[in-house]
Ligand binder design. Structure first.
Ligand SMILES: Nc1nc2[nH]cnc2c(=O)[nH]1
Length: 459
């Protein structure tokens, strides 16, 4: 038995080197899009000149945090700057509220420090353990639906009608987007015969069949096959070149901590913190349930180490120049391939550094239609956690249901968790079962009420 096998306890987890490496590569392939999507979102707020720096910074932050997760927390979880959080950073905080991006980075940095303190003092894992099992399962399942929704959206399969109040337009990459109330969504029929969508369905059906045949690496095979067909048929451009030289000078150490010293900016720190905290919490629980880590009494082993890694990732990410780093739900893809130990994360992290830093153009050439089927399938896997919710008990199942639908509909894991906690506490309280409410659930419900009030502009 080699050093790696011993250190990561392959025997105890019933895994082997080949499975772990394949799992690490699969998770990387599923997440590689972030190397290009994150820079494109953040550079809307930081300026186009930031783009190259952001590619390297995204790879560095994801690589560093994921390797730390592998070596220290020994879990098959990968981290990168979160999609919900980068959009909040760019479109709400900088473009919406008008904060300089350096102040927004400082808010992320401080939020990360608060996280570190909470993780070290074990407050955070205490909160995790106070949350009812039905809510934990529903969060995992809701994140699954969210992921499917992201996949369908990425590939342009859904259309939406937006009723926009005047003046609420957002220009991204020269395209004008309406911001307003969503009236309905539908199938984007005009795109159905496009190469992108056809290849998406090809990838989806290929993945489905391979999974049904129980072929190892089926998601990875689907991503690679679909990409290559896309490149050959000209639906997606071949990678232009293989190598690029990393340069992070534009965003490195740019935080403006002094700019944070006003009440409004503290609200921004609070909002970042809430989203990061509960996104991580839900994701770690969902992934742990999927990997079979949850103990009989509903706990995630070594939760403190996982949370501390996540918190350090955010802080280091802010120093490098990116929005909040968080544990990715896409890690479910590698877990699905059998990844159970830190070796999986180590492989993913090294690929982020190796590919992300130096051959970013190649990773970026993997088209959205090739990764979207994976997001859809992983969503299906994660949804299965809902079967562990007891639907005979309305006081457990109704709040679980609300979490399940609110996460994808609001495109926000934190909002879904908030609705879940508030409704759980109210329902138990008014149905004569208050002794089942953990005292921390009252506090969390009140914090979420304050959070929603803040979002609604009450203070
Ligand atoms: N948990 C989680 N996973 C993601 N995958 C892509 N973006 C995110 C995010 O914001 N949170």
């Amino acid at each position: 038995m080699g050093w790696f096998e011993n250190y990561f306890e392959f025997d105890r987890h019933g895994t082997d080197m080949k499975t772990e490496i394949l799992a690490g590569v699969t998770t990387f392939m599923t997440m590689a899009y972030i190397l290009f999507v994150n820079p494109s979102i953040l550079s809307d707020a930081m300026g186009k000149d930031a783009f190259n720096s952001l590619v390297a910074v995204t790879a560095l932050a994801a690589g560093f945090a994921t390797i730390l997760m592998g070596l220290y927390a020994k879990k098959p979880f990968a981290l990168a700057p979160g999609m919900g959080l980068n959009a909040y950073f760019a479109y709400s905080v900088v473009l919406g509220m008008g904060y300089d991006w350096r102040v927004a980075l400082a808010a992320v940095f401080v939020e990360g420090l608060i996280f570190i303190v909470l993780s070290v003092t074990k407050v955070r894992s205490a909160i995790i353990h106070a949350i009812p099992l039905s809510q934990k399962y529903a969060i995992g399942a809701g994140i699954g639906l969210f992921l499917t929704f992201i996949g369908l959206n990425d590939v342009g399969l859904l259309s939406a009608k937006v009723v926009a109040p005047q003046g609420s337009e957002l220009v991204i990459d020269g395209q004008t987007h309406l911001i307003g109330t969503l009236q309905f969504t539908g199938l984007n029929t005009s795109a159905l015969a496009s190469g992108d969508i056809l290849l998406f369905f090809f990838g989806l059906f290929l993945a489905m069949v391979l999974i049904a045949l129980r072929v190892k690496g089926s998601l990875l095979i689907s991503i690679i096959t679909t990409s290559v067909i896309g490149w050959i048929t000209g639906v997606a451009p071949w990678p232009e070149h293989l190598f690029s030289t990393p340069d992070i000078s534009y965003t490195f150490m740019q935080m403006d901590l002094q700019g944070l010293l006003n009440v409004g900016a503290l609200g921004v720190v609070f909002a970042f913190f809430m989203v990061d905290f509960f996104d991580t919490l839900g994701t770690v629980t969902g992934l742990s349930a999927k990997a079979g880590f949850i103990t009989k009494d509903g706990k995630v082993p070594d939760a403190e180490k996982v949370l501390l890694t996540d918190a350090i990732g955010t802080t280091v990410g802010a120093i490098l120049g990116t929005s909040t780093v968080t544990t990715y739900i896409e890690s479910a893809a590698g877990i699905e391939e059998g990844g159970r130990t830190g070796m999986t994360a180590l492989v993913t992290g090294l690929l982020f550094l190796g590919i992300g830093l130096f051959i970013a153009p190649l990773a970026g050439a993997i088209p959205a239609f090739a990764t979207a089927p994976t997001l859809v399938i992983v969503g299906y896997y994660m949804l299965s956690a809902i079967k562990d919710v007891n639907f005979a008990d309305h006081t457990e199942a109704i709040p679980a249901f609300l979490v399940l639908i609110t996460i994808p509909y609001t495109y926000s894991i934190a909002d879904g968790i908030g609705i879940g906690f508030i409704s759980y506490t109210i329902l138990k309280l008014f149905s004569g079962r208050r002794d089942e409410i953990h005292p921390l659930m009252y506090a969390l419900s009140i914090i979420f009420l304050a959070y929603f009030a803040y979002l609604g502009g009450a203070f």
